[in-house]
Write a protein that binds this ligand. Structure first.
Ligand code: PLP
Length: 370
């Protein structure tokens, strides 16, 4: 028995978020020892967590009978030092940046409002927006994955509330151009959300625009460069007027006690952060040079591989059979059927990835002889 009519009608058209495959799933499917499976499908930090964050989690384990500070003030103070922004511009968020997106949609969207989403990109924007009654308006990125500013402006209507931009973009690895961004911010009547989940790995940060414009929000996370994906910790940088509104509707106590203190510790562990950044930068260069397919230039801790004329589905399976989990991008709207996203691994993992793609490229030869 089921009663789908009880679920609000906005949910009917939403497809569930497709996460990367887990180690347990793949180990079971192929009969591997889980310890031998290499997971490069979710852009997690391959260095493990910061030891300082682990110590902080243990040290605060005895306090989990109490609520955290309602607004995660210890964490917001640490974020203020890390970002250089005033606490009036910072909202900490759990679970992760995804929680920030959800709260913002709840704050901003009335049924029938529109959001503009350049594709292919991270799929949770459309889920969070649609669940709150928004109509997603999709605008394709250009062939080279840069923003099509003119088409974005054409997509704007009286109902436009938010334009979602992702820089570096997941799954393409490309950053938005600052003058394109300014032009969009100045044109739109809505807010521009810039997702900087991977910003620590990149050369171009646009967060300084928060001091200049009253309609930009930057989304950040401690899941990637800070290695805390399992703590579910994110934050937003936004104009102070928006923070005041946001604080009216935010779920109280939404960052857990261990997360608050893990975040504070990780933000102060610059040795770990620098290692993460070096690992991503060196590793992506190595993958770009050595994977025998087209690899897009990336500013993040992953690379996007175009395996055409092969299919991403077939190459992904051939890597899975070798115990390497990567992300087949077919689930990303407008990504086609030949793109694979690969998280940059450790030196040893990257060598295995290159060998596995080289083996897959032999499928090309057999195509040629058909
Ligand atoms: C990983 C990721 C996030 C999610 O961040 P959480 O803080 O883990 O929720 C947001 N945006 C993009 C583009 C991501 O890749």
């Amino acid at each position: 028995m089921s009663r789908p009519e009880l679920v609000k009608k906005e949910i009917a058209g939403i497809s569930e978020y497709v996460p990367g495959k887990s180690i347990v799933e793949i180990a079971e499917l192929y009969g591997f020892d889980p310890a031998s499976v290499i997971k490069l499908g979710s852009n997690e930090n391959v260095l493990g967590p910061s030891p300082k964050a682990v110590d902080a989690i243990i040290a605060h384990a005895n306090n989990v009978n109490t609520y955290p500070s309602a607004v995660a003030s210890e964490l917001v103070d640490a974020l203020s030092i890390y970002t250089g922004f005033s606490v009036d511009n910072i909202c900490a968020s759990g679970p992760g940046m995804d929680g920030l997106l959800d709260n913002l949609m709840r704050l901003l969207i009335s049924p029938g409002d529109e959001v503009i989403i350049p594709t292919p990109t991270f799929s949770y924007y459309s889920i969070a927006a649609s669940a709150n009654g928004a109509v997603p308006v999709y605008v394709k990125l250009r062939e080279d994955y840069s923003l099509d500013v003119e088409s974005i402006k054409k997509a704007e209507s009286e109902r436009t509330k938010v334009i979602f931009l992702c820089s570096p973009n997941n799954p393409t690895g490309k950053c938005v151009d600052e003058s394109d961004l300014r032009s969009i911010i100045e044109y739109t009547r809505g807010l521009v959300f810039v997702d900087e989940a991977y910003i620590e790995f990149s050369d171009s940060d646009v967060s300084h625009l928060v001091a200049e414009y009253d309609n930009i929000i930057i989304g950040r996370t401690l899941s990637k460069a800070f290695g805390l994906a399992g703590m579910r910790l994110g934050y937003g940088l936004m104009p102070s007027w928006l923070k005041s509104e946001y604080m009216k509707i935010v779920t109280p106590f939404n960052v857990s006690v261990p997360s608050v203190f893990a975040g504070v510790a990780a933000l102060s562990d610059s040795e770990y952060l620098n290692k993460s950044i070096t690992c991503a930068r060196e590793g992506r260069n190595y993958l770009m040079k050595n994977i025998p397919f087209k690899v897009y230039d990336s500013q993040a801790n992953f690379v996007l591989v175009d395996v055409s004329p092969l299919k991403s589905k077939d190459v992904t399976v051939s890597l899975l059979e070798k115990g390497i989990i990567v992300r087949d991008c077919r689930s990303f709207k407008d990504a086609g059927d030949s793109l694979i996203r690969v998280t940059v691994g450790t030196t040893e993992q990257n060598k295995k990835v290159v060998a596995a793609f080289a083996a897959a490229s032999k499928m090309l030869k057999s195509l040629e002889y058909q």
